[in-house]
Structure formats: structure tokens, C-alpha cells
Design a protein around this ligand. Structure first.
Ligand code: NAD
Length: 531
């Protein structure tokens, strides 16, 4: 068991290369971490493989006991974790607690509860009488070493919600946190050590694209990537070259559909929170609102009113609701989209200005209308505090334009008519749909998360996310081991005729025909000419 303080895997001592942790509200460096030498990745993977080969044979009960220690270590360190996340991402501390700490702890409980039964070998009954003499089993094996490449926006919850199921399934993990959140990444390694997880079972490698790419080159057994579409494409290509399977959790452009009968007070609060939480830097942000024309003016008025009340400030201010954006380049991207939309006829109803007097990267949350799908603002991920509202003539129009997007992560519908909402939900191209709430399904461990198209492939969370961590093996037991099989060699005209009758016996539409053919296909089973 590794009791030593966490080490960075393969630190780069030759070149002076570091990853800096920067406070986005001031721009000041607050920590420095040695970057992993990309050339060290093969040796790091070897250490993971050695750790995994000792970990996988442990019983699920033993593995879950170790994961309970990890859970307890997270619980004990919750203040430290929340403070580290807030300092490094600029998000209000309450958001770090709600969206990261709770999710991490709940994942640990959820996996401890379910993994033992999900990993249990499972009998597979056969429906076909031709194979009734066999019994089948599914076995769930670990994959080996899984690589987790994470983004900065939820730097704790995202990797932890993959590490826990990966370990429960018997894998080892190499995590590459975002280069923008190295302190949170290092803390994950430290907490794994505090929990006395076996040495090298969870290794942290620090650095940017070149380290991520070297990690894939080192041939892990699966890559779990969460990040942008642009990087996701590169990851998919790199994995394809080596035939490494992947899960890609990419961007979103989530629509919110507000029907005329919705509770506008609640829906407007949800729109404002859903667009601006984490300063709009969430894959599940509400990025497009389609509201029925008859209530659009009232809804927009409420959104503007509520947006104007939001308090901007660094996470050190406990009353601050909107922190800084992560970096200037992210802020510039949001500004570019807003300027382009305004140049094409959109109107900013409030916000959309920089607030340099508050510190680096502060930007007023913006409510904008007069938007259409010719604008980048409505087609590309914004990933910033922008609430774009477009009135629509009908629910059908809302569905049509909600689906007019390369993304398909999540969506929400607001109405008192639950039947109507369910009908709309089934028409939406989305990995998940919330009725009368936004984004919170992400905190429900049972709920699968993931999209398709530009939002990626594969699933996180839930049983489906767990099954991404295993290799499903089918084991078949023949119950007539002394009988040679009818379909083996010794082919003849008689066998061909018997085979034809056997097809009739199995699949003819009339039962009488089936029964007659069954009697006449006896030669298939009782062949004397097998070799
Ligand atoms: P990013 O794509 O810039 O970086 C993500 C990770 O990939 C980082 O660790 C980065 O160092 C690494 N990376 C970059 N280039 C690489 C390469 N060539 N090979 C290997 N690794 C490489 O994304 P980001 O800015 O950190 O995160 C924001 C994006 O993540 C947004 O698009 C957001 O929607 C998405 N996201 C998606 C989900 C989801 O669950 N679908 C959740 C959170 C964030």
C-alpha cells in the first residue's frame, strides 16, 4: 500500500517546464507544478500495469473497501478541495460544493452500492432450441489501464466520477488534469495517497496537449476524454490510429424550451442560473432559449431583471454569484460571438461588458435577443455567461430549431403540461432532457450523461458509464461434451437436406410445418458420418 506523499508521475527534471496554477480573478500565479516529461509516459504506463495486475485479482469487496477510504478521504478534505477548486477556477465556493464535492461523494456511494452486483457473472438464457444444450455466462473484466484526460471547468468532479468506477471495475488510472487546473489534479493524487490506495493505481501526469497526446501514444486500454470538440477530434484520431476505444464527452449547446403555460417566475430563474452558473462555462449551460411568442416579452423582462441583480466577484467574496472567466482568451471568444450577433441584428438587453475594476477576466452576464441560427452565437458553443433568447411561434418550431444543431448533449422543457413535455422530450435530439429543471440530472448518479454528434460518444455516470469501464466476456458451457456437433465436418447431401428442414423447423410461420420438419430433421442431430 502506498503511504508516501503523492508523487507526480515522471516529473520533468531536464527542461524547466512547469504548469502554473493561476487565480483567474487576479491573473496571479498561485502554484507551480512540474510538468511530466512526455517521454516518461511509457514507463508510467508500465507502473500502472503492474499496479493493476495486483489490484484486479482483489475481490470486489476489498476494492470497494479501498474506495470507501477514498470517499472518506474526500469527505475529510472537502474544505480543502472546494477552496482549491474555487481558487483555481474562480467559481463561487458554493458551486464547488454543490457541483463537485457532492457529486464525487455520491458517486462513491453509488458505485459501492451497485458495482458488486453489476460485476457478478450473469447467466445468459438462450431462446433458440438449437443451442439449449449450452449455457452462457457474461463476465465483466477490467480493461487494464484507463487514461482520463480532463477539462478545467469541473476539475474535481469530472475525473473523480470516472476514477471511482474505473477502480471498482479493477482498472488502474492515469489522469491528466487540465493544464489550467494542476492544483486540483495534484490534490486528487494526494487524496488517493491519503486513502492509502495501492501505489501507482492512480497516477497523475501534469501538462498540456503534448502530455495528453503522449499518454495516448503509450497505449492505455481506453481513453476517457472530456473537453472541446476540437480536441475531441484529435483524440479520436489518435485513438483510431492505435485502435484504442474511447469515450468522448464534448461540448454542448443546450436548448431550453419555454412553453406559454410555464411558470415564468421559475423558468426565468432557471434560465439565468442555467446560463450563468460557473460563469457559463459548463457543458450543460443553457445556451439557447426558445420561448413561445405570447409570453416572450414577460419572460425576457424577468430574465433581465434577475440578471441585473447578480453579484460579480472573486470566490473570496462569499456573496459573489458570478466569478471571473477562466482566461482572457475565453472571454475574447464570448465577446467575438456577441459582437458578431449584434452586427447581424441581435440586441443585448443587459450586460456584455468587461469589468476590469473587479479584476482580471470579469465579464457581465449578458441577455441577448433578436438572435437566429445564422449567428455563431447560436451554432457554436459559447461557454460563457450569455443567455440568448429567441421567441418562437409554436412548440413545433421550438423543437425544429432546438434540433438544428450539431450538438446534442442535453435540453430542458418548461411547462405545466407534463404529457406535452414528454412528447416534446421524445422529439428532441439530446442525450438527456429535463422537464422543469436544468442541468441537475448531472448530479443524479443513476442518470446517464453523454451526447452524440458534436457532443461526442459513450456515457458517463449510471450503469452505462460503469459498463464503459469493463470488457464484457461471454463464456459458454456445453452440456453435451461427449456429443460432436451436427454442423461439424462430414458434410453430405443428406446433411444439407436435414439442415433445410431444420430451418423450417425453427422458423416456418405455421406450427404444423415446424413440427413436421422437426421430425424429419432428426438426421441432423443423429448423424453417423461426423468426423
Ligand atoms: P480542451 O479540449 O481544451 O482540453 C481538455 C483536455 O484535453 C485538457 O486536459 C487538455 O490538456 C487536453 N488536450 C488538449 N489537446 C490534447 C491533445 N492533442 N491530446 C491529448 N490531450 C489534449 O477543453 P477545456 O477547455 O479544458 O474544456 C472545455 C470543454 O470541455 C468545453 O467544450 C466543454 O463543453 C467540454 N466539457 C464537456 C463535458 C461533458 O461532459 N460533455 C464536461 C465538461 C466540459
Amino acid at each position: 500500500m502506498g503511504t508516501a506523499p503523492p508523487k507526480l508521475a515522471g516529473t520533468n527534471s531536464s527542461a524547466a517546464r512547469y504548469v502554473e496554477s493561476i487565480d483567474p480573478s487576479t491573473g496571479d500565479a498561485i502554484g507551480r507544478f512540474e510538468a511530466t516529461d512526455p517521454a516518461a509516459l511509457p514507463a508510467i504506463l508500465d507502473r500502472s500495469r503492474a499496479a493493476q495486475s495486483a489490484w484486479a485479482p482483489q475481490s470486489i469487496r476489498e476494492r470497494i473497501a479501498a474506495l470507501r477510504r477514498l470517499r472518506d478521504a474526500i469527505f475529510d478534505a472537502r474544505d480543502e478541495i472546494a477552496a482549491t477548486i474555487s481558487r483555481e477556477t474562480g467559481k463561487p465556493r458554493v458551486e464547488a460544493v454543490f457541483a463537485e464535492i457532492i457529486l464525487a461523494l455520491d458517486t462513491a456511494d453509488f458505485i459501492a452500492l451497485h458495482a458488486p452486483k453489476w460485476l457478478r457473472p450473469e447467466r445468459v438464457p438462450h431462446h433458440n432450441i438449437a443451442v439449449k444444450a449450452k449455457s452462457g455466462w457474461l463476465e465483466y473484466e477490467p480493461l487494464g489501464v484507463v487514461a482520463i484526460i480532463s477539462p478545467w471547468n469541473y476539475p474535481f468532479a469530472i475525473p473523480i466520477a470516472q476514477i471511482i468506477p474505473a477502480l471498482a471495475a479493477g482498472n488502474a488510472v492515469v489522469l491528466k488534469p487540465s493544464e489550467l487546473t494542476p492544483a486540483t489534479g495534484a490534490l486528487i493524487g494526494e487524496i488517493a495517497a491519503r486513502a492509502k490506495l495501492p501505489e501507482n493505481l492512480v497516477q497523475i501526469v501534469q501538462g498540456a496537449a503534448e502530455v495528453g497526446s503522449a499518454l495516448i501514444d503509450a497505449s492505455p486500454d481506453k481513453v476517457f476524454f472530456t473537453g472541446s470538440v476540437e480536441t475531441g477530434r484529435k483524440i479520436a484520431e489518435a485513438c483510431a490510429q492505435k485502435l484504442i476505444p474511447s469515450v468522448l464527452e464534448l461540448g454542448g449547446k443546450d436548448p431550453m424550451i419555454v412553453l406559454a403555460d410555464a411558470d415564468l417566475g421559475i423558468a426565468s430563474s432557471a434560465a439565468v442560473w442555467g446560463s450563468f452558473m460557473n460563469c457559463g462555462q459548463a457543458c450543460l449551460s443553457v445556451e439557447r432559449v426558445y420561448v413561445e411568442q405570447s409570453v416572450a416579452a414577460k419572460f425576457m423582462g424577468l430574465c433581465v431583471l434577475k440578471t441585473k441583480k447578480l453579484r460579480l466577484g472573486p470566490p473570496s467574496d462569499p456573496d459573489a454569484e458570478i466569478g471571473p472567466m477562466i482566461r482572457a482568451r475565453q472571454l475574447e471568444r464570448v465577446e467575438r460571438q456577441l459582437q458578431d450577433a449584434v452586427a447581424r441584428g441581435a440586441t443585448i438587453l443587459t450586460g456584455g461588458e468587461r469589468r476590469p475594476e473587479l479584476g482580471a477576466n470579469f465579464f457581465e452576464p449578458a441577455v441577448i435577443t433578436g438572435v437566429d441560427h445564422s449567428m455563431d452565437l447560436m451554432r457554436e458553443e459559447t461557454f460563457g455567461p450569455v443567455l440568448a433568447i429567441r421567441p418562437v411561434a409554436s412548440p413545433a418550431e421550438a423543437v425544429a430549431i432546438a434540433n438544428d444543431s450539431p450538438f446534442s448533449l442535453s435540453a430542458s422543457i418548461w411547462t405545466r403540461d407534463i404529457d406535452a413535455a414528454r412528447r416534446i422530450a421524445s422529439q428532441l435530439r439530446a442525450g438527456s432532457v429535463m422537464i422543469n429543471d436544468v442541468a441537475s440530472y448531472y448530479g443524479i448518479s443513476e442518470a446517464p450523461h453523454g451526447g452524440r454528434g458534436a457532443s461526442g460518444w459513450g456515457r458517463a455516470h449510471s450503469r452505462f458509464g460503469f459498463l464503459e469501464m469493463v470488457h464484457v466476456k461471454y463464456v459458454d458451457i456445453d452440456r453435451l461434451p461427449r456429443v460432436a456437433k451436427s454442423w461439424w465436418y462430414g458434410y453430405s447431401a443428406e446433411l444439407t437436406a436435414a439442415a433445410d428442414r431444420f430451418v423450417e423447423a425453427l422458423f416456418a410461420s405455421r406450427w404444423t410445418r415446424r413440427m413436421a420438419s422437426l421430425r424429419r430433421s432428426g438426421a441432423l442431430v443423429f448423424r453417423r458420418d461426423k468426423i
